[in-house]
Design a protein around this ligand. Structure first.
Ligand SMILES: [Fe+2]
Length: 198
């Protein structure tokens, strides 16, 4: 279940209806999809896309998405830190960023264009969120350094970021606070190689 947090106002939202109401003005939607028994632990990308085909097809029609794939990130991922460094700096895309999590956790940070304070959405298994095109955002992994997501794209070119380079992301430590809560200090101590980030 997703959690929303606004550090500047010390606000945390755990209720699905409250989260939806909070996100709506920013054009962000969150859905919970039924996951029980849909895929096995060792499901291939093709099996995952097939299992969630009804939901994917619904989104394609609603949002003009033309293709879907599955991204798989784990501590064993080659060049993981280099991959994470592409995601953890404030950026935008020319298309929506749509992610449905089937394994692991992650945090989407959003820097609203209207001057509202930065907020974060922690997602886990069963959470679908949409970060609209042009929205300034960045992404961190949680301490399990694991996330497997279905991604939908409106352009066949796929994931193309445009970085802001104004340093806002540096002001927000890459920590999770939901079921996977871990402080930055604890993460550093546990890993011995700096905080956890994606
Ligand atoms: Fe992004």
């Amino acid at each position: 279940m997703a959690t929303v947090k606004v550090p500047a106002t010390n606000t945390q939202l755990d209720d699905a209806a409250e989260i939806a109401a909070f996100l709506k003005p920013y054009g962000i939607w969150h859905e919970r999809w039924d996951v029980e028994g849909r895929i096995g632990d060792d499901a291939t990308a093709e099996e995952i896309l097939a299992a969630y085909e009804p939901e994917i097809e619904r989104l394609k029609v609603a949002g003009g998405y033309v293709t879907a794939d599955v991204i798989n990130v784990s501590p064993e991922t080659p060049n993981l830190d280099a991959m994470l460094a592409r995601f953890d700096k404030e950026h935008t895309h020319s298309e929506d960023e749509v992610r449905f999590t089937v394994r692991g956790h992650g945090v989407f940070w959003v820097n609203p264009e209207n001057g509202d304070p930065v907020f974060a959405i922690e997602v886990g298994v069963g959470d679908l969120i949409n970060v609209p095109r042009g929205t300034k955002h960045w992404f961190h992994l949680c301490n399990d350094r694991t996330i497997r997501c279905i991604r939908l794209f409106q352009e066949m070119a796929g994931w193309t970021p445009e970085y802001m380079d104004n340093g806002v992301h540096v002001e927000h430590p890459p920590v999770c606070w939901g079921p996977n809560f871990l402080t930055a200090e604890a993460a550093s101590a546990a890993l011995g190689d700096g905080p956890v980030r994606l």
